[in-house]
Design a protein around this ligand. Structure first.
Ligand SMILES: CC(C)(COP(=O)(O)OP(=O)(O)OC[C@H]1O[C@@H](n2cnc3c(N)ncnc32)[C@H](O)[C@@H]1OP(=O)(O)O)[C@@H](O)C(=O)NCCC(=O)NCCS
Length: 159
């Protein structure tokens, strides 16, 4: 097992390290789906995982400006060397905490129907899976849609 990765909030400057590895981690060209704007404008709701080697994982998420109850995960990725150790689950857990703090009650994400790993991962986390939804992202671009309700945030009472 590799050294346990440390999870921290993302910063805009993390973009360059992320974009350098995504095609390799996804095993297909995916860079165009992650423009710099996601780190520039959504870094506060995104997370980075680092281990002794370097970038071990990341989650790019946002609080929907249009749907005040919804938090959305655009990308989650874990380095091949760090997979199968619960790191993506930890990144999601961190995002759920951010979402709950913003009073979000559900989390949504989408993936391509070919991404069986992503479907298996989101199912393991308890997301419902709908799809393939035909033409979701335009003609010929089907998507699987994941949804998960978040438990309501319990406000701690002051002693
Ligand atoms: C999908 C991905 C993020 C999973 O990362 P990971 O750190 O290995 O996942 P975790 O170890 O946290 O696994 C959490 C759960 O998902 C399940 N899971 C993860 N990958 C799986 C796979 N390939 N097949 C089946 N189940 C899988 C695990 O069994 C685990 O379930 P459990 O806790 O009930 O045992 C990683 O494989 C990856 O980065 N893939 C390439 C990028 C990608 O496709 N991202 C998702 C779409 S944006």
């Amino acid at each position: 097992m590799s050294e346990r990765a440390r999870v921290r909030p993302a910063e805009p400057g993390d973009y360059d390290r992320i974009i350098a590895v995504v095609d390799e981690w996804w095993e297909r060209p995916i860079r165009s789906v992650l423009p710099r704007l996601f780190l520039d404008h959504f870094h506060r709701t995104s997370l980075i995982a680092e281990d002794g080697v370097g970038l071990a994982g990341f989650l790019i998420g946002l609080m929907s400006p249009a749907e005040s109850d919804t938090a959305y995960v655009h990308f989650v990725g874990v380095a091949p060397r760090a997979r199968g150790e619960g790191l993506a689950r930890r990144l999601y857990q961190g995002f759920f905490e951010l979402a709950a703090a913003e009073h979000r009650t559900r989390v949504k994400a989408v993936t391509s129907p070919q991404n069986r790993r992503s479907v298996a991962f989101h199912t393991a986390l308890g997301f419902t899976v709908t799809g393939p939804v035909h033409d979701y992202d335009g003609p010929g671009t089907d998507r699987m849609v994941f949804r998960l309700p978040l438990p309501p945030r319990v406000e701690r009472e002051r002693p």
